[in-house]
Design a protein around this ligand. Sequence first.
Ligand code: FES
Ligand code: FES
Length: 211
Amino acid sequence: MNHPSTPPPAAPQLNRRTFMMSTAAGAGVAVTPHAAAAPDAPPTAHAGTQPTQVSVNGQPHALMLEPRASLLDVLREQLGLTGAKKGCDHGQCGACTVHLDGRRVASCLTLAVKADGCAVTTIEGIESADGTLHPMQQAFVDHDALQCGYCTPGQVMAAIACVREGHATSDAQIREYMSGNLCRCGAYAGILEAIREAAPQMLHREGLRHA
Ligand code: FES
Ligand code: FES
């Protein structure tokens, strides 16, 4: 029976904050009330969470994390750094590559609490303060080393590490040491050209030498 004078029940309100809280909870990330409202306030202990101090792109963060939360989920869903991508979430595609104390890691396989006391660098943290692209980013642009771009942040972070490791001295070596980063668009030729071009620029800029 219809009652025109009776207002319909109110629909549940979903704003950005409630959405983020439910999304983060579903991904196993502990988002404390403190973390959502005031990132610089002292972290609040919650049962099952662990205090973690981590520097991300030079910014210190004091977090309370569930021990099972991956570094990738914390970066993307708690810190809002969505450059690192979730491709496979199983350590097989490289889309989530970031640097942990200067070494490349698959952030989907890295527990965030293991980054306690460490420095993390993501794709958001490699350009200069004035906005100038990192030489590797610029080389990817110059050589059309991407199509959809989904794998690109991971490719760039892996490529930078590849050069610093001294593993970019030949095309064969670049292919081998970039083999953990997959590109479903098949932009491998451009990626190889980009690394080949950026390597000497990086080495000069950072004062490094190939072995
Ligand atoms: S998302 Fe981490 S390796 Fe694929
Ligand atoms: S550019 Fe599309 S997956 Fe690599």
